[in-house]
Design a protein around this ligand. Structure first.
Ligand code: HAM
Length: 418
């Protein structure tokens, strides 16, 4: 048997109703917040990710699905969406029409991480990006959108963590302070973190090696090293969250796994998820558009990990399963033929209708209707056809009524709408 590739999965019909529900709620909310959908390709030139996410990140160093195209070009299956959205903003000169754009995109991402619960090699993200707004209220507005979505999905047990990662003016000073702290400390760092200490010491906050975690316990806080502008920006973000009663925790250890962030960074964590507890993450990236060859326009965004969100919502799955409104139990060739016509007619009226093409016994067809969970069954045989009527059975009350064939569609449409 040929099986799935490790780290990849199928999303089976029992689950897809919840995926659709979640996407519907998200699309409606994006609409309310003035976002337009952007659809981007799965493949991009490798350089796009190396230059945006950062060459020293885990994603670029070891997790990308990169291959040489037959032409020799290096291509990569997108590990995230932000880089592609920025590329599209620049490539199509969207900024020339208006620098402010609010865009969302939904789709699969690919990272060759070690598979485990909540961590897949193909996973799905709902991604939001805002360009051209520097005001800290834009940060708050985006977080508000994210938390409103969580609220509409009736998600509980989540916590919003926020931090500021500073800017080109203040972050270098913090990196220096962190480097000296680590050089002076007697704690041993893993070989990766020794390398990170020189190149990108903020990454060490994310290391899972116990010795490194211990070494970072008393690490200085970036929040004590922000420049005046970054501090004031962060204060306004917090004040805005408080104004809209969004609970949050500041967490100076939150550094995010991608290098493009400046100032506000945030994550939504859910304890119930276990080790992979981040349901969503995002932040501001004010230098990225320019770094990728575009105008000097700020950006901010987030991505929700849909697979993880679905896991948290799994208990909501039941009510969403779709059942047919009507099953037609047609007995005999003539009745089967008429039923085939009604099937199409009723479906055109948005009545989910099913029948059994095998023309089995009434008992077998009723069993099938029950299995599908149809609340009504229309029973019709050649004799009923001659009489010009059929029996409509209510499956919960077991009551049956005679329906004239000429009124059939109207009667069924009325019943199933109630
Ligand atoms: P990220 O934190 O790398 O950020 O990913 C966002 C979310 O995607 C995570 O919080 C998690 O829920 C989900 N996720 C990531 N990797 C996996 C995986 N291997 N399996 C399952 N779920 C996963 C970004 O991707 C940024 N582009 C977010 C952003 C948008 N920042 C600004 N704009």
């Amino acid at each position: 048997m040929i099986t799935l590739v490790r780290g990849f999965k199928d999303i089976l019909p029992a689950e897809t109703a919840l995926w659709q529900h979640l996407e519907d709620v998200a699309r409606q909310l994006f609409d309310d917040f003035g976002f337009a959908e952007l659809r981007i390709p799965v493949l991009e030139q490798t350089e796009l990710f190396a230059r945006s996410i950062g060459a020293d990140t885990d994603i670029v160093e070891k997790e990308m699905y990169t291959f040489a195209d037959r032409s020799g070009a290096s291509l990569t299956m997108r590990p995230e969406a932000t880089a592609s959205v920025v590329r599209a903003y620049i490539e199509h000169k969207l900024y020339a029409k208006d620098p402010v754009w609010k865009l969302y995109t939904i789709g699969p991402m690919f990272r060759r991480e070690r598979p485990q619960k909540g961590r897949y090699r193909q996973f799905y993200q709902i991604n939001a990006e805002v360009f051209g707004l520097e005001d800290p209220r834009a940060d708050a507005e985006l977080i508000l959108l994210l938390m409103t979505l969580m609220g509409r999905l009736e998600l509980s047990g989540i916590m919003l963590h926020i931090n500021s990662l500073g800017c080109a003016a203040c972050r270098p000073h913090f990196k220096e302070a962190l480097r000296s702290f680590l050089t002076e400390s007697t704690a041993e760092l893993c070989s990766d973190c020794l390398r990170r200490r020189e190149k990108n010491p903020l990454r060490i906050f994310d290391c899972k090696v116990p010795a490194c975690k211990e070494a970072m316990l008393d690490a200085p806080s970036i929040l004590d090293h922000l420049c005046d502008q970054c501090r004031s920006h962060f204060e306004t973000v917090q004040a805005s969250l408080e104004r809209f009663q969004i609970p949050y925790q500041t967490n100076h250890r939150l550094v995010r796994g991608l290098d493009y962030y400046t100032r506000t960074a945030f994550e939504v964590l859910a304890e119930a998820l276990g080790a992979q507890d981040a349901v969503a993450g995002g932040g501001r990236y004010d230098s990225l558009v320019k770094a990728l060859g575009g105008p000097d326009q700020p950006g901010i965004g987030f991505a929700i990990g849909v697979d993880r969100l679905i896991e948290l919502l799994a208990h909501q799955r039941q009510g969403l399963e779709k059942r047919p409104h009507l099953f037609i139990a047609a007995l005999g060739t003539g009745a089967q033929d008429r039923a085939f016509g009604w099937l199409q007619e009723l479906r055109m009226q948005n009545v989910r209708t099913e029948m059994d093409f095998a023309d089995r016994s009434l008992k077998a067809q009723m069993r099938r209707a029950n299995k599908l969970g149809a609340p009504y069954v229309l029973i019709v045989g050649d004799r009923e056809l001659e009489e010009g009527s059929a029996e409509l059975r209510n499956m919960s009350t077991k009551e049956q009524e005679k329906v004239r064939l000429q009124d059939l569609v109207e009667v069924v449409v009325n019943k199933t709408r109630n």
